[in-house]
Design a protein around this ligand. Sequence first.
Ligand code: G3P
Ligand code: CA
Length: 251
Amino acid sequence: MSADGRGPLVVAHRGASAALPEHTLAAYQLALEQGADGLECDVRLTRDGHLVCVHDRTVDRTSSGSGVVSEMTLRHLSELDFGGNGEPVLTLAELITLVLDFTGPTKLFIETKHPVRYGGLVESKVLAELARFGLSAPASADHSRAVVMSFSATAVWRIRRSAPLLPTVLLGESSRYLGGSAATTVGATAVGPSIKTLREHPELVDRAAASGRATYCWTVDERADVELCRELGVGWIATNHPGRTKEWLAG
Ligand code: G3P
Ligand code: CA
């Protein structure tokens, strides 16, 4: 619940991605200007071991180039245009810097993609990057400026084992999975159902709360769904429209 008691806190999904190309600095800057409480990003490893903010396995959909991210170097990725305005690929370090330079308590929600294939390398790189910025050992989960999320229970478990104070979200689409023991087993501090799952299984929010967990719901773009999340007591909603969602919640 937001500090003013008006409902869920609003996370900009890939930035203000309905208005500007996803995962670009411009999309994240706009989200901050629109009052987003959090910024969501997906991270992938480049061939030379850098973490970049890209959702898909390839850059074909979101850039001027083509190819598999994990087979490309950061230098190669930096030569591509992400979004049409000449914006280079965004690194996790650049996004963390943006968040820390902003005058506000905005949190960064980092989702690791395909962590199993790299045997924990993505998680250890994410933690190393957070540690470099002093974000890997917050005083408490509430005070943390970073949250790490994954659809992989193994990835969440690795983060909890290495950085026990860092909040984590176990993402999923199955109500049976998220309502079962998986989150407890891996020590996730929140569960992350899709809005479709939550519409069908609103009891997930109370079930998570009963075991001390918050709920993070994605991707919530319709007003009726924002209201549903508010009624259910969802803690965080990820949306492609952070500006209008903040306005709806304030109204
Ligand atoms: O915030 C979680 C959500 O982003 C998961 O789905 O495919 O958009 O990464 P996806
Ligand atoms: Ca994501």
